[in-house]
Design a protein around this ligand. Structure first.
Ligand code: 6PG
Length: 242
């Protein structure tokens, strides 16, 4: 499988390496296209990184548009809300203009409507011709012990999505209905980072690195024209990920 694997001893070393790369990618995007677009995941693992990133100097926050990779269909003040985690960790410190922060809506009646609304918002933002896909500058992903990534769970029909940018999912293996970016969007990104730590994810990572397998959705992440980097600690790397 393509992609670079970087393994670090301490969480702080992972965060520093990721923040350095984030700064380089953002600077290059701003120089080439005038702005930088990123989509970031929720879950617990990236919180420390988001706190670190928010305090990192030299990031062009005023030219950053921030999207979400996925969201649980729960109110914003719920502990399970990914956006809430992002607010509490990254947005408390990172001075992104509010109009450049693009949270997945959770205030509607249904998760399907939320997914459709988010896709419309992204389409309005990117203003592409019909049939074209967006290229986010950076997508930050995590994975679960079952090999899911974003809200793309093993065996879900959403893994076959070829038209929509976003989808509503009701995973049997996880709590809450969710909205997720689809694989074609993730795989058009210019850069994809996986941040994975802890021995609980080691086996899944070994499988992810073994090659594309629908039973392990994170293994389907394969940016066509972009870079793919795994940022791991020793424990996560111990299951054959290297
Ligand atoms: C979510 C995510 C998800 C996450 C993994 C890992 O909403 O749950 O965006 O894909 O990255 O589940 O989550 P943890 O970091 O909490 O283990």
């Amino acid at each position: 499988m393509k992609g670079e694997v970087r393994v670090f001893e301490e969480a702080i070393d992972i965060w520093r390496a990721m923040a350095d790369r984030w700064r380089e990618i953002a600077a290059a995007a701003v120089a080439e296209r005038g702005s930088f677009t990123a989509a970031i995941s929720g879950g617990r693992t990236p919180m420390g990184f988001y706190c670190y990133l928010g305090r990192t100097a030299g990031i062009p926050w005023e030219k950053t548009d921030l999207f979400q990779v996925d969201e649980r269909f729960v109110p914003r003040d719920d502990d399970e809300s990914n956006f809430r985690l992002i607010e509490l960790s990254l947005l408390l410190k990172a001075p992104i203009p509010p109009e450049r922060v693009h949270p997945i809506p959770v205030d509607g009646n249904s998760v399907a409507t939320a997914a459709a609304r988010y896709e419309r918002e992204m389409r309005d933002f990117f203003r592409l011709p019909a049939g074209a896909w967006p290229s986010l500058d950076l997508v930050l992903l995590g994975t679960g012990e079952d090999g899911h990534t974003a809200s793309l769970f093993p065996g879900d029909d959403v893994l076959d999505e070829e038209e929509r940018w976003t989808a509503a999912v009701s995973p049997s293996a996880a709590e809450h209905e969710r909205v997720t970016l689809t694989l074609p969007v993730i795989n058009r990104a210019r850069n994809v980072f996986f941040l994975v730590t802890g021995s609980g994810k080691a086996e899944a990572l070994g499988k992810i690195r073994r090659g594309a397998d629908r039973a392990v959705p994170a293994s389907l992440v394969d940016p066509k024209e972009g870079s793919l980097t795994f940022y791991l600690d020793e424990k996560a790397a111990s299951g054959g990920a290297r």
